[in-house]
Design a protein. Sequence first.
Length: 396
Amino acid sequence: MTAFNRDTDFSTPLPIGGSVRPPRAGRLPSLEIGRGLAALAVVMFHANAGSRLVGGPDLHWMRALEHGVDFFFVLSGFIIFAAHADDIGKRGQILPYLLKRGIRLFPLLWLVVIGYAALRILAGDTVDPMTLLRSLLPWPTLEDGAPVVVWTLRHEWLFYAVFALLIWRPATGWPVLFLWVAGSLLQIALVLAGAQGFSGSAAMIFSSYTIDFAFGLALGLAFRHRNFRSRWLALYCGIGLLCMVLWLEESLDLNRHGVSDYLSLGALIWTPVLGAAFAIIVFGLLCVDRYISSRNWLISLGSASYAIYLVHTPVNAVLLRGADFLPATLVQQGFLYPLLIGGGVGAGFALHYGFERPVSTWLKRRLLPRRTTERNTDTDGTVSVAHAKRSTDTIR
């Protein structure tokens, strides 16, 4: 199975909130590191899959790394609520909210999709216009995208749309959110009862990934209302639970069967189980945030995670075409692993600093209201400490 980025909006800034630690930076370093490692896990998963395709080794344990996408869905639910809870009920914040989400998602997505299509054409492959359109505008569908990792953005935009309803009209948004989650639970119940789940795009819209977003949203609500004690126990418990869940998944053969699988037991039942484990891990990361240095080099991995997620599969496709020119012995011994992982991560960093970051900053200054931009972001696009602290203090 192919796996995801943030966006989940990986590049969405992480606000300071609660009393996990004294505010000393514009981000929560622990979550930046978490999403950076999750992005790296996805890159490693695809490196293993790519190596297997050309005759290289297949490290079975690396197949579990696809679940970096589950972490990102939970994290996305937390981030969006923590960053925009104060906007709920304020209709004037709809446009800034949608512009922020669009600026984060689309410029980089369009660059990668168009670049990937151009590479395929240069290589003599055909590009289906509808596949290209589905990738540029990721609406709910079961059809493949190009690159295939675009599938996760369809879930992201569903969540963004529901949250936009919360901002516009909470009396409508909360029931819609409840019905969305209830529809996912109903689909689980139908399949467990021996009936058929929803068909077509409805299966995707009411997939179990919706519950991941709900976990993150609930965690964001708790984070704004309660103080999280600074200790490592929750993180250790979350990691331990995740290891047990992954072991059971393998033992019981509860793996998902591709990006369009929403109705197998692995996709229906095990996705929320994984989501619960990742929610505990996110909670644990929040609890240890005060112990993480804002200078930790892994934070930059989190900052570039969206770019890494989007670009690593096109880069891997190019690198794998060169595998035919390598000695078979090197391929069989795993030489492609560092090449594919390093190539994907390196290209992601280059794209983040060379395109995503400057373009995002420029578009915010051009499109967002001046007061909104100054209040919510620093020059590098992070949420300012002062604003985040005011938001948290106000909701208390």
